[in-house]
Design a protein around this ligand. Structure first.
Ligand code: HEC
Length: 210
């Protein structure tokens, strides 16, 4: 065999084995995963996102939340996530079957958000945190997302949607802050992040060590 042919075959074998290992095997293992179905109620877990929450998922991606927030809870053996209150169980591949791209996160500058909807279940809390993180959490590094809101003069009655903001960012008398559509979508998405609120057979809740 000519030397160039053996180099060509070796390169081909290299790419082929990488493709099998990195694409084909993960595809066969995870690509066919489907939501877990309760045999009695026929309820599916995880449930599908509402239309608004699905739009919020895109707002989450577009604004780089993944650079500071993870959405993956490690098992007790893998870290202190469960003890810290990030979730009652570890997250597994099936938790992400509804996500076109899973936002596992690049770093953990902020808290893990896999179950943030369990910790905070009021939309008002998120609006205030998005508009002015420092007014909710002293010295917070979470960037304010003011462009998702409109600050305007109150005309007639104040809006029922007006965000409750305290501290230095409180609007002046006669002004109000109201969420734009993207803010509402983002909050619907964050409220839906409740991955330990349903059970999956492959990830039982882990009891605290004796
Ligand atoms: C520069 C890093 C950074 C980025 C980018 C960032 N955050 Fe944060 N975030 C933090 C930090 C630090 C905290 C903890 C302090 C606090 O509660 O405000 C936090 C806290 C939070 C909390 C409260 C979590 C809890 O358990 O109390 C939510 C919700 C949140 N961020 C949502 C977002 C969203 C949505 C985005 C994208 C629009 C985002 N963050 C982008 C750093 C970041």
């Amino acid at each position: 065999m000519k030397r160039s042919t053996s180099i060509y075959l070796a390169l081909l074998a290299l790419f082929l084995t990488s493709w099998v290992g990195l694409v084909l095997i993960p595809y066969v293992q995870a690509g066919r995963l489907s939501p877990d179905v309760d045999p009695d109620t026929k309820d599916q877990s995880p449930t599908a996102y509402s239309g608004l929450a699905e739009q919020g998922r895109q707002v989450y991606a577009a604004n780089g939340c993944v650079y500071c927030h993870s959405q993956q809870v490690r098992s007790r053996a893998g870290g202190s996530d469960i003890d810290r209150g990030d979730g009652a169980r570890r997250t597994v591949a099936r938790d992400y079957v509804r996500d076109r791209a899973a936002y596992l996160g690049n770093s953990r500058m902020g808290p893990d958000l896999a179950n943030v909807g369990v910790r905070h279940d009021k939309a008002d809390w998120y609006y205030e945190h998005e508009y002015s993180p420092q007014s909710v959490s002293d010295g917070s590094n979470c960037p304010p997302m003011r462009f998702l809101f409109e600050k305007r003069k109150v005309v007639g009655q104040p809006s029922v949607e007006a965000v409750h903001v305290t501290g230095d960012d409180m609007p002046k008398p006669g002004e109000e802050v109201v969420p734009r559509h993207d803010a509402k979508a983002l909050v619907a998405y964050l409220l839906s992040l409740k991955r330990s609120s349903y059970k999956l057979p492959e990830a039982p809740e882990e009891a605290a060590p004796e």
